[in-house]
Design a protein around this ligand. Structure first.
Ligand code: ADP
Length: 463
């Protein structure tokens, strides 16, 4: 049986391990799918924005022609100054980046974005990438060529390019001619700049578009976990029930064996003529048969009555005066177990409770007998009246019950695994019966105990 149970335990552990791995794999797949969809949606969102903004800024000189003319003039002037050796690269760069149209153009473009795409908050920056002069007398002269970065911002309100994405590049060419040492010389100017935008809360906007997928992904994983936990719980419960049943069959077989063996030995003895003729021996053997018969009857009664559920127990309630009733149970018990020392603290206010005397006597006696059965020398019985509850507490200094077993203690047929803990006989019905009786009285029962620290059972009734 133990081997079988071990096998089952192994199987359950294997099942848990396997299901956990499958859950992790499924979660990883879900994560990958969601991540890929998110990346795809981000791309989709960006191309939408690109298309919209590119349309607005297709030729951004449309936004304010006068400013753009002034800007072109500035560029030409800077180029010519350079060709005439009046300006250095450094000056040109500064003049470009600190241009006087900065704030006005930024504002105008911003307004344009707001009018055309009012549901998004857009920040942008146009950064200068290149400023190259082609002079007829000189080679192409690169005044400025840098990778796009925010310090080279011409216009815009963006503070960093980290979270921004590229919308488009503008390449502008201007040509002109100037007199240099009485000679007319042509030149060309090439400029290149890039528009970056960043959309406020763009992650949130993308996630919002994925709501259905996210909800379904989370819901399916959660459902799977819940189903897994439910199935596992059912399996573990099933195993516990089957273990408990096996234990019960072992216990009852054990309990039945002694009286049955004694009965069969006794009948064998009675078959002998000399025994039948000796009155004293005959009646001794008869006494043994009677006692064993009673024991068998008791065992069967115990199984029949003690295993009733509280809904099936028929109570015959009557007014019972507390704590006198409790006192009489304890006194009777003391007579049966004179070696056990019982301390009583029963001086509460007198109160009448509506109880079934017979069942309650059996229940309280069960708890007291357990204390003796599981190794105690001293018992303390206390009664108290608190708020609207009458409580009976029975403490012992026996072997105690480890905390992990408390939740199973009141289950039908449950016995703490014996091992080398104790070899007391029993069917695991005593505490089940106590619990059922207390429940039938709408009361509660609690246990406080730990291994080696004795046990306290607390029974409470509403008054
Ligand atoms: P049984 O005594 O027939 O085994 P019970 O239902 O009365 O069944 O008790 C269930 C289990 O609880 C017992 O097997 C025992 O291990 C444990 N138990 C009950 N009362 C005590 C106690 N006072 N001290 C230690 N263990 C106890």
């Amino acid at each position: 049986m133990a081997c079988n149970s071990l096998n089952m335990k192994k199987k359950i552990n294997l099942l848990i391990g396997f299901s956990a791995v499958i859950l992790v794999v499924l979660s990883a797949i879900q994560y990958y799918l969601v991540k890929t969809t998110y990346e795809y949606k981000v791309e989709q969102f960006r191309s939408e924005i690109k298309a919209k903004i590119a349309k607005i800024t297709n030729d951004y000189s449309d936004i304010d022609t006068t400013i753009f003319n002034k800007k072109d003039m500035l560029y030409k002037q800077l180029a010519e100054n350079y060709i005439r050796d009046k300006s250095t690269r450094f000056h040109i760069k500064n003049a470009l980046l600190q241009n006087e149209f900065k704030s006005e153009l930024t504002r105008k473009l911003q307004e344009e974005f707001q009018n055309e795409i009012p549901d998004l908050t857009i920040d942008f920056a146009i950064v200068l990438d290149k400023f190259v002069i082609y002079d007829a007398t000189k080679e192409a002269d690169t005044i400025f060529a840098e990778k796009p970065f925010i310090e080279n911002k011409l216009y815009g309100d963006l503070a960093s390019l980290d979270d921004a994405f590229l919308i488009r590049n503008y390449v502008g060419t201007t040509s002109g001619s100037l007199k240099k040492q009485e000679l007319s010389s042509d030149y060309k100017l090439l400029t290149e700049d890039t528009l970056y935008v960043s959309i406020k809360n763009w992650e949130f906007i993308v996630l919002k578009r994925m709501t259905l997928l996210l909800v379904l992904a989370i819901f399916s994983i959660l459902t799977l976990i819940t189903l897994f936990v439910i199935a596992l719980k059912a399996l573990i419960k099933q195993k516990k029930i089957s273990d408990i049943k096996t234990d019960f069959i072992n216990n009852i077989t054990h309990e039945l064996k002694t009286p049955l063996t004694t009965l069969s030995v006794s009948t064998k003895i009675l078959e002998r003529k000399e025994i039948r003729e000796n009155d004293a021996t005959f009646s001794t053997v008869l006494g043994t048969i009677n006692r064993q018969n009673n024991r068998l009857q008791n065992l069967i009664d115990q199984v029949m009555t003690n295993s009733l559920g509280y809904e099936e127990i028929e109570l015959h309630k009557e007014k019972v005066s507390m704590p006198d009733f409790l006192n009489s149970i304890v006194n009777d018990f003391q007579i049966a177990y004179p070696d056990i020392s019982i301390a009583k603290e029963l001086d509460t206010q007198k109160i009448n409770l509506n109880l079934d005397k017979f069942h309650l006597t059996t229940a309280i006696t069960n708890v007291l007998e357990n204390a003796v059965k599981y190794g105690c020398k001293n018992i303390a019985v206390k009664a108290s009246l608190l708020n609207n509850e009458f409580s009976i507490s029975i403490s012992d200094d026996g072997i105690g019950i480890s905390k992990s077993k408390h939740s199973l203690l009141f289950d039908k047929f449950y016995r703490v695994e014996q091992g080398d803990l104790h070899d007391a006989k029993g069917l695991g019905l005593g505490l089940y019966y106590v619990d059922q009786i207390i429940k039938a009285h709408q009361g509660t029962i609690n246990v406080v105990s730990d291994l080696g620290k004795g046990a306290t059972f607390d029974l409470r009734f509403l008054i």
